[in-house]
Design a protein around this ligand. Sequence first.
Ligand code: HEM
Length: 135
Amino acid sequence: MAEQGMAGLALTFLHIVFAGLWLGSLALMALTAGRGGEAFKLAARLGVASLLALGLVGIVNAYMLYGDIGSWFRFGTPTGRVGEKIVTFIVVAALAGYAFHAAEKKPGNARIAAALAFLASLGAVMLGLMLSRGL
Ligand code: HEM
């Protein structure tokens, strides 16, 4: 397990706050897709902002804690969790992007994509917990 100073603690705190906002926006997107309303657009905007902030803070924190970037991509090892999170990040961003574009024409698909992005993001939460415990 890597040592975390105050800066790392603050970054992890922000990371968790943005993760909560991201999960919240996905839930809202799943609930409001296809209703032609402002709520969906607002949720999508909050989602983009929180996912970007989540990723940015995550990368900076990962670099401070586990600076050897090569080790991030040795999947299946404790520091390989970072790379696994990056892959998950790309998958959830793609699913949410699809949900955004399908919301009007195929609301059913959009809801499923947002729900899948939500579930996959829970996977990233689990990877984060494993990462901080050195598992
Ligand atoms: C896809 C959405 C993501 C979600 C929902 C998420 C969620 C979380 C959560 C809940 C934790 C808390 C673990 C803890 O401190 O016990 C965490 C930790 C962490 N995450 Fe993420 N995360 C995501 C993406 C990323 C990405 C893309 C990166 C960077 C590449 C990243 C890097 C980290 C790091 C470095 C930690 C702290 C590990 C430590 O304290 O040793 N996360 N994440």
